[in-house]
Design a protein around this ligand. Structure first.
Ligand code: SF4
Length: 620
């Protein structure tokens, strides 16, 4: 911290890391962000910030920020003017489009503002005629949103963050909110300690939430969460705990039939949790007056299709837990504007391809131009070899980012973009709260906001242009479901909650079983402070706390393999192997190994295969 607080300009804004949507105040001097602080009167979270929000801002003024646009000439990326770069991008996209609109695709980060995401959608839909638009959440969150859409008629959580404190029982599924969305973890903590909320956790490993008083954690064999959730619903049906209102919801009888093979006894065998514990958990959940399910999932938890969201919504519907305060299902996207990306149409719609299919089509040569904004597929998407091969094959690759990422190094054109501190617009949190982001500093170097870049490109391609983000927001308020009537003035500092209108129905959710491979360990990946690392790896604060990747395993497995803390271990899947430092912990169950997915060096995605579980061998 390099200046006294009173000498700084204070600009209220919204954290750009996770989907919780915490408000914060940036301390600014000489066009540099020197600190972020909390204000206890700010936001639903009473000003609380986690390590990322409080200390993760250094990436904004990092010396590694891209200084100019770059164009590849004779195999090398060389500085270029904005005019040259935008013309090259417009020509590259147009030339690919000549092979058909399906030959163009975009992977767009949900870190952009709603206004920028709306511009992307408009560019692809109205100008390029392509539906091939997705983001990293295509590997998890947008599939879950699609599941919510089929079950509820609304691609968002039917609950919001203030439901946490009003609940009687919270069921957290699969991951630890303390790690993925820490301030929501604090809210759960407050609910438990202050309001006596009962906490139940079903996960493939224990986490920090498991340490809270009276928390009960049920650890299942990795990859079998849908089976377990179906078994909970089956126990509710078989024990006559169905809510009276469920009989009025379409699809109940078919749903009940679909549960026949998910008895608690079968689930005990598949998931590794005793049948009586499954029945007890189902009974506690069904009997709680207000019960909230929380599902914090992101890119580090790949391979989930819509069935997990549908299974959880079925469970909530059969127990009568949707449509009242303190109850429901809260699906938490990983990034700051994951919900906004879904709302603005940045996920596969109609005949469009999702993130995984886009990568396949790049490999097959049917996608000839790929525009990547703020994503770093080489490091953060599963199955690194497949991703790098696909990017090497695509004819024209544009990357728009703050840094020369591992993906940008492969691009034909690189466009330097601005951070959240350099732009104006809105983000929509996982709790469906739309909040105003304020510009605090001028663009760093020659970087431009994604709004300015997309606007310029749209103009070159003959599409619509806007004079400022406010004009785009006015169109969003006319065109996007739930945003009707909103304006920057109405949002004010508090933001506004998007209303939910659900048309629920039961949609059977068949479970894939994950079966252990003899002599192998179940590798699960996830967040350790960073998210995908596109911003946090460029900040001293987060890198100080967690500087490198690791393989975390149980004490029993470590003893059997004669591995000690910090030993270098080899982790191998079919065809690939990496070396990581060992971390030994009490939270890991026997037979399961965890690794964070954010790091480029010894990237765990070198050996993952895109499924929720990759089976690996481990040796010293
Ligand atoms: Fe930022 Fe998420 Fe932390 Fe809140 S919980 S401060 S939004 S990273």
């Amino acid at each position: 911290f390099k200046a006294r607080w009173w000498s700084l300009n204070k600009v209220k804004s919204v954290c750009s890391y996770c989907g919780t949507g915490c408000q914060l105040t940036l301390g600014v001097k000489d066009d540099k962000v020197l600190t972020t602080v909390y204000d206890e009167n700010q936001g639903f979270h009473n000003g609380q910030l986690c390590t990322r929000g409080r200390f993760g801002y250094q990436f904004v003024n990092s010396e590694k920020r891209l200084a100019t646009p770059l164009i590849r000439r004779n195999g090398k990326l060389e500085p270029a003017s904005w005019g040259e770069a935008l013309t090259a991008v417009a020509e590259g996209l147009k030339s690919a489009e000549a092979s058909g609109s399906d030959a163009v695709a975009g992977l767009i980060t949900p870190r952009l503002t709603n206004e920028e995401l709306y511009l992307v959608r408009k560019l692809y839909k109205d100008v390029l005629g392509s539906d091939n638009l997705d983001h990293s959440a295509g590997y998890a969150h947008s599939a879950l949103s699609a599941g919510a859409f089929e079950s509820l008629g609304f691609a968002a959580s039917p609950s919001t963050v203030t439901d946490i404190q009003k609940s009687d029982l919270i069921l957290v599924v699969k991951t630890d909110a303390y790690e993925t969305h820490p301030v929501l973890g604090f809210e759960i903590n407050l609910g438990v300690k202050r309001n006596g909320v009962d906490l139940r956790i079903i996960s493939d490993k224990k986490g920090k939430l498991s340490r809270l008083p009276k928390a009960k954690t049920y650890v299942y064999k990795p990859g079998n969460e849908v089976f377990l959730v179906n078994a909970l619903a089956k126990a509710i049906v078989d024990n006559n705990l169905i809510d009276a209102a469920a009989s009025g919801i379409a699809g109940l009888e078919d749903f009940k039939k679909s549960l026949e093979s998910y008895t608690p006894l079968q689930a005990a065998e598949v998931c590794g949790i005793p049948a009586e514990e499954i029945v007890a958990l189902a009974t506690d959940y069904a009997k709680a007056d207000k019960a909230l399910i929380i599902l914090p999932l992101g890119l580090g938890y790949p391979g989930h299709d819509k069935t997990l969201a549908q299974a959880l919504i079925n469970l909530a519907l059969v127990a009568g837990k949707i449509g009242k305060e303190g109850s429901g299902v809260l699906i938490m996207g990983e990034k700051n504007n994951s919900q906004g990306a879904v709302d603005m149409g940045i996920y596969p719609a109609g005949k469009g391809k999702g993130a995984s299919a886009i990568i396949d089509a790049c490999s097959a040569g049917t996608i000839k131009a790929l525009y990547v904004i703020g994503e770093n597929p080489v490091v953060s998407y599963p199955n690194r070899k497949k991703i790098t091969d696909a990017l090497d094959k695509v004819g024209f690759l544009v990357v728009q980012d703050l840094f020369l990422t591992e993906t940008a190094e492969k691009a034909n054109v690189v466009l330097p973009a601005c951070s959240f501190a350099e732009k104006q617009g809105t983000f929509t949190s996982v709790g469906r709260i739309v909040q105003h982001v304020q510009k605090a500093i001028k663009p760093v170097g020659q970087s431009r906001s994604d709004f300015d870049i997309l606007n310029g490109l749209s103009g070159l391609l003959g599409g619509a242009t806007f004079s400022d983000p406010g004009k785009v927001f006015a169109e969003i308020a006319r065109e996007v479901n739930g945003y009707a009537g909103l304006s920057y003035e109405k949002l004010g500092q508090e933001g506004a909650l998007i209303p939910v209108t659900t048309r629920p129905k039961f949609v059977p959710a068949p479970a894939r079983q994950s079966i252990a491979e003899a002599g192998k360990y179940a590798l699960v990946t996830g967040s350790a402070l960073y998210h995908c690392g596109t911003m946090s790896r460029f900040g001293e604060g987060p890198m100080h706390v967690c500087p490198e990747g690791y393989a975390e395993l149980s004490r029993e497995d470590a003893a059997a393999l004669k591995i000690e803390e910090n030993d270098l271990v080899k982790v191998a899947s079919a065809g690939a192997e990496i070396q990581l430092k060992a971390k030994i912990s009490m939270r890991m169950p026997k037979g399961v190994v965890f690794a964070p997915y954010h790091f480029n060096e010894q990237s765990i995605n070198t050996i993952t295969d895109g499924n929720p579980v990759t089976w690996v061998a481990i040796r010293k």
